[in-house]
Ligand binder design. Structure first.
Ligand SMILES: Cc1ncc(COP(=O)(O)O)c(C=O)c1O
Length: 449
């Protein structure tokens, strides 16, 4: 796609949007959405003749890039063949998608329950764990995001939970490992890991192990800050869950399907959970799809007993055809390995170099195409460039400077996330770093250290 200039179309799009679309997580009159004319590969286009390198992958979902021709063709072909069919029937693409997903999961994961997105996947995984164990409570960490529906938002460990916190959801929060802002006064990854595991086990002991159905963990917390767990942490969680008969649910909605340079982010940690939630990258969101990958003991629980849950669009053929094409193409084109290469060889060294030039970058962390810059006023105090749960003039200035440089940002509070498609080319990634270097100059003066 070429950049286009069409002010009339832009005005019409914005008039309908402002007049009729109620946006998520927003005060409706305080936002000014950008009118999008199209997208292709790593680029997004507006109606003013501008193209932007997409460092957001939208909501971190277009892992295969925008408008991948093979995925688009598969959706068109499926639309011609069969647009929809109820979930109780066997369907070719639904079955194939389930098989391709289980083939990428650890041994013993045999079945997939399909949902329309990530939050429903989390709701159903927890329901399965509760019925499997006969226990009510679920543990999840502070600094996490698990979705916007009632249970998922109560499981979420960030301020988006607060307005909808029922206080009765059966959720207990704990702190996970995060050395840069350690809750455990740790000074090394090993210390942080050991203390975070001890804290988790103590939480379980004091809550009553027999009351806890599941520990729900993003393998790498995403929106909450892209904190790759220290070596041994996830394996330690696995051991603790085994010790107390607790189901370990890995939330891979954001971290999975190539984002972290692996099919599943926990693959790099040598562990296998009991349930895996996925969405986003499974078909890059071309058609909404999510689900739960289920290990055989939990499948067995519902062998002779009804699973009390379902969705009209569970395993929707258009979404599943998109998943088959996405997974097959990612495998054929080596896209997961490419994401790892982009992280190891371009983003990590490049972002660390930027940190050398811009003291506002307190920490660079991440893996694959899943990086965060922790922006601070002072490296010694680590005071954030925006308050927890809020924004600031500096973050606004950074967003504006990035757009002026032709970069599409993903920002959360005081952090900038660098989360381009897994398919971003080496040259595009280097170009993004050059543009980011220039954009960061807009906030150098906010550094007070
Ligand atoms: C880790 C994680 N879990 C669950 C969700 C919810 O997914 P959805 O927005 O598709 O409902 C998200 C969304 O960002 C997520 O990042």
């Amino acid at each position: 796609m070429q950049p286009i200039t069409d002010p009339v179309a832009k005005d019409a799009v914005l008039a309908d949007d402002r007049g009729h679309v109620f946006h998520s997580w927003s005060a409706q009159s305080l936002i000014s959405p950008m009118a999008i004319a199209g997208a292709e590969g790593s680029y997004v286009y507006d109606y003013d003749g501008n193209e932007y390198l997409d460092l957001s992958s939208q909501l971190v979902n277009t892992n295969i890039g925008h408008q991948h021709p093979k995925v688009v063709a598969a959706i068109k072909e499926q639309a011609d063949r069969l647009c929809t069919i109820a979930p109780q029937h066997a369907n070719d693409v639904r079955g194939e998608a389930a098989r391709l997903i289980t083939e990428r999961a650890p041994e013993g994961f045999t079945h997939v329950f399909f949902t329309n997105g990530g939050t429903e996947a989390v709701e159903h995984a927890v329901r399965m764990a509760r019925l499997h164990t006969g226990r009510p409570k679920v543990l999840s960490r502070y600094r996490s995001y698990h979705g916007g529906t009632t249970l998922s938002v109560n499981l979420t460990g960030d301020p988006r939970r607060w307005p909808s916190d029922t206080g009765t959801a059966g959720v207990v929060h704990f702190f996970g490992p995060f050395l840069y802002r350690s809750e455990f006064d740790a000074t090394t990854e090993a210390e942080e890991c050991e203390r975070a595991l001890r804290h988790l086990e103590q939480t379980i002991k004091f809550e009553g192990p027999d009351t806890i159905a599941a520990v729900l963990l993003e393998s790498i917390p995403g929106t909450a800050g892209i904190m790759v767990p220290p070596p041994g942490y996830l394996a330690g969680v696995r051991q603790i869950c085994d010790r107390y008969g607790i189901v370990y649910i890995a939330d891979e909605v954001m971290a999975g399907f190539g984002r972290a340079g692996e099919w599943f982010a926990f693959d790099a940690h040598g562990v296998a959970p009991d349930l895996i939630t996925f969405a986003k990258g499974v078909n890059s969101g071309y058609v909404p799809l999510g689900g739960v990958v289920i290990s055989s003991p939990i499948v067995e629980t519902f062998s002779e007993r009804v699973y009390p849950g379902g969705l009209t669009y569970s395993g929707h053929p258009l979404a599943c055809a998109a998943a088959v094409a996405t997974i097959t193409t990612m495998a054929d084109e080596g896209i997961v390995g490419h994401a790892k290469h982009i992280g190891d060889d371009i983003l990590r060294p490049g972002l660390n170099e930027l940190a050398g030039r811009h003291p506002v970058i307190g920490e660079v962390r991440g893996t694959g195409v899943f990086f965060a810059l922790d922006l601070v006023k002072d490296r010694a105090t680590k005071e954030e460039l925006a308050p927890y749960g809020g924004t600031s003039e500096a973050m606004g200035a950074l967003g504006a400077a990035m757009k002026a440089e032709g970069l599409f940002p993903f920002m959360n509070y005081h952090r900038l996330h660098i989360v381009p498609p897994c398919t971003i080319s080496d040259d595009e990634a280097r170009e993004a770093l050059d543009r980011l270097d220039r954009a960061l100059k807009a906030i150098d003066s906010y550094y007070e250290g």
